[in-house]
Write a protein that binds this ligand. Structure first.
Ligand SMILES: Cc1ncc(C[n+]2csc(CCOP(=O)(O)OP(=O)(O)O)c2C)c(N)n1
Ligand SMILES: [Mg+2]
Length: 580
């Protein structure tokens, strides 16, 4: 433990020995640092204000946000990007609850994250006597995360932090809650004993090697395929087994389909990428290898119209055994960490692995070329006001020029269309709304992406999506982060054209017409730009990414251009009653 983080008790009398002491504040900081957790995303207040200050003084980077939910989204995506738990620090009750949405989001998306919240006096909380920010936080957090712990004694901080780290990153990663009552922080213990109580977690996410028989079974099923398909999920991106995954795909010769956050594991322009032939490959394949992708709603549960009539066999690689057979029968479950599973498959494919029948690859390639050609002219229009394709065509060109840029993306049309239009060239360069399709992740993710990687960030935000987290523009300016935000301003949720014919209030889906989101950025000293054409948009974004200065471009989009709920309008329940 560093000298600077210990306290020296003053000798009470001339004869007393000087005893080195430490306390809860310092032990928490030392435990995090010992385990390489060097960044905290949070919002200060009682009882954790001094914890943040001392952490900053002790060499941890502490990023103070304007709302805990955004800090939590930052921590969650930091976990995804680094394979270390992202840490979010909040005050009790309301701050804790604000952070909790992001903790649940992290768990749902399998991102490792630790939400550390200060809490009130246990004795008073448990008797419900009305303490300051009284709430039984541990009980509330438990069903919403992978694990939840409370530390009551300073001497248990080391173990508490170690358990939180292991729970967050081992097996299937997820969110962990760590409850630290106010009293804990000022508890003093002997510094040496404190130092000994800290735990440096050894091998926090141990490799989980798949069984050889399971590997052989998977290869047997894969080899027998006439129309194979490999689907990459964000678990594959998380695994950081990029080279092995590329080798497996190229050796197999099979078309691959990246889920949105797996885009870039292999470039979207790779000859085997079937992103532009999605409906064809899902409908017509006969064997599917899922790598870190779940058969949830985003893949239509592996059945129904999307998947066509022909019977399919599924090979599924996942670290979580319970994932198998979640929606349909899995013929070849391969349970283990993705790196180990993919390495075992490659080993088993040694020698001459047969390429898929040429008819299949020709069919997929034909469809892909056809769809790409169909889209190309729409991406080149320079209309004002812009439509989605014109604006996204411009941004697509910027990402092609600057492929290290991390793209953050949320909205409805703004999300669905950007996902299809913008090619990604490198792993973990696309971050979006994840499994829940949650609005408001954008600014937290943009901040963490810039902080954790040092790369430039382009956040493409629907005007509604931006509204959930827009105040963090101040945070971006305060820390001088290289983030360029483009608000797709169509004046509403899905469209800006709805009219409420029943009274004077605006329709529920529309916002103030002609709003100038660029002025929000200017209010905090960043660069604001109003862009009315794709050319102007491209110029502004190029300048922002080159300068690295916080920038917000208000991209004026035709209010009539979008469609209800983007690509998932079919999920809206319909009323059978006739409209009056
Ligand atoms: C936390 C949360 N609240 C509400 C929603 C419902 N929702 C889905 S998309 C969306 C906003 C879409 O509008 P915008 O971001 O402007 O994108 P556009 O389609 O207009 O391009 C909303 C509110 C959600 N997904 N998440
Ligand atoms: Mg909108």
């Amino acid at each position: 433990m560093a000298k600077a983080t210990t306290l020296k008790e003053q000798p009470k009398t001339a004869g007393d020995e000087t005893q080195e002491l430490t306390d809860g504040f310092h032990l928490v900081i030392d435990a995090l640092k010992l385990n390489g957790l060097n960044t905290i995303y949070g919002v200060p207040g009682i009882p954790i204000t001094d914890l943040g200050r001392m952490a900053q003084a002790g060499g941890i980077r502490v990023l103070s946000f304007r709302h805990e939910q955004n800090a939590g989204y930052a921590a969650a995506i930091a976990g995804f990007l680094t394979k270390k738990p992202g840490v979010c620090l909040t005050v009790s009750a309301p701050g804790f609850l604000n952070g909790l949405t992001s903790l649940a989001h992290a768990t749902t998306n399998c991102y490792p994250m630790i939400l550390i919240s200060g809490s009130s006096e246990r004795e008073i909380v448990d008797l419900q006597q009305g303490d300051y920010e009284e709430m039984d936080q541990l009980a509330i957090a438990k069903p919403l995360c992978k694990a939840a712990f409370r530390v009551l004694h300073a001497s248990d901080i080391g173990i508490g932090v170690a358990r939180a780290i292991r729970a967050a990153v081992s097996g299937r990663p997820g969110g962990v809650y760590l409850d630290l009552p106010a009293k804990l922080f000022s508890q003093m213990i002997n510094a040496e004993a404190g130092k000994r109580s800290l735990v440096k977690v050894v091998d926090p996410a141990p490799a989980q090697i798949p069984a050889p028989a399971a590997v052989r079974r998977a290869l047997d099923v894969f080899k027998a395929a006439s129309r194979p398909l490999i689907i990459l999920g964000k678990g594959a991106a998380y695994a950081q087994a990029d080279d092995a995954i590329r080798t497996l795909i190229e050796k197999s010769g099979a078309p691959f389909l990246p889920m949105s956050m797996a885009k870039g594991l292999l470039p979207d322009t790779h000859p085997q990428c079937a992103g532009a032939a999605r409906s064809t490959v899902l409908r017509d394949c006969d064997v599917v290898m899922l790598i870190g992708a779940r058969l949830n709603w985003l893949l239509s549960h592996g059945k129904g119209k999307t998947w066509g009539e022909a019977p399919k066999k599924f090979i599924q690689i996942d670290i979580e055994p319970k994932e198998m057979d979640s929606n349909v029968e899995v013929a070849a479950p391969l349970v283990g960490d993705i790196g180990s599973c993919v390495a075992s498959l490659i080993e088993g494919m040694s020698g001459n692995w047969p390429l898929p029948p040429i008819e299949w690859t020709n069919t997929v390639n034909g469809k892909r070329e056809e769809n790409i050609a169909k889209m190309a002219p729409r991406l080149m229009n320079n209309n004002a006001p812009m439509d989605y394709h014109g604006a996204l065509g411009a941004l697509r060109a910027v990402i092609k020029e600057q492929p290290d840029t991390i793209l953050v993306n949320e909205g409805a049309n703004t999300l669905d269309l950007a996902r299809g239009v913008i090619d990604i060239y490198k792993p973990r360069r696309r971050l979006d709304v994840g499994t829940w399709g949650v609005m408001g992740v954008g600014m937290g993710q943009a901040i963490a992406a810039a902080v954790e990687t040092g790369n430039g960030v382009l956040a493409i935000e629907g005007d509604s999506a931006f509204g959930f987290c827009g105040m963090e523009v101040e945070t971006i300016c305060r820390y001088g982060l290289p983030v360029c935000i483009v608000v797709f301003n169509n004046g509403g949720i899905y469209r800006g054209t709805d009219i409420n014919s029943a009274g004077p209030d605006p329709a529920t889906t529309v916002f103030v017409k002609g709003a100038r989101y660029d002025k929000v950025m200017e209010a905090f000293g960043g660069i604001g730009v109003q862009a009315e054409t794709p050319d102007a948009l491209k110029q502004a974004v190029e300048a922002a990414l080159t300068s690295g200065k916080p920038t917000l471009v208000n991209a004026v989009i035709d209010p009539a251009a979008g469609s209800e709920s983007g690509r998932i309008g079919n999920l809206n329940p319909q009323s059978a009653l006739r409209k009056k």
